[in-house]
Design a protein around this ligand. Structure first.
Ligand code: ZN
Length: 135
């Protein structure tokens, strides 16, 4: 059980966007049949990331994106020819994987926590890789 890599397609619609993927990740866990263990969700992109944060007030997502744009604005001193270095910096600040404990076939998340796929150079067709370990 839970030995396969699971691919979750994520379609993003904006240049910068946080997409709540909690439901898809929980479904991947349910389909794996694992009841007790851990789940790793990993982003195989250099201008996207993944994080866990508040799922209740959508203004939190807005404010995270606003602050990231101030921490990593477009900058004329950048050298990278693709012109998306601001997105590469944001992706490294947020990180490309999360690990979540699993118990009784459920992700152990707080009431106010959701899993967010973070797009920083969209819109694009992306994918999230999930692996569940346990029994
Ligand atoms: Zn680039």
């Amino acid at each position: 059980m839970g030995n396969e890599l699971i691919e979750i397609p994520v379609r993003t619609n904006r240049s910068n966007e946080l997409v709540n993927v909690t439901g898809q990740v929980q479904k991947a866990l349910t389909d794996s049949g694992v009841k007790e263990g851990i789940l790793v969700a990993h982003v195989m992109h250099t201008t996207a990331a993944i994080t866990i944060n508040e799922n209740a007030d959508p203004d939190v997502v807005h404010d995270i994106l606003l602050q990231l744009s101030k921490i990593s604005p477009d900058c004329r001193e950048f050298r990278h020819g693709e012109g998306n270095s601001d997105a590469h910096v944001k992706a490294s600040l947020i990180g490309n994987s999360v690990t979540i404990p699993v118990s009784h076939s459920r992700l152990i998340l707080g009431t106010w926590q959701g899993i967010y796929f973070c797009e920083f150079d969209g819109p694009r067709s992306r994918k999230l890789i999930v692996r569940v370990m346990g029994e």
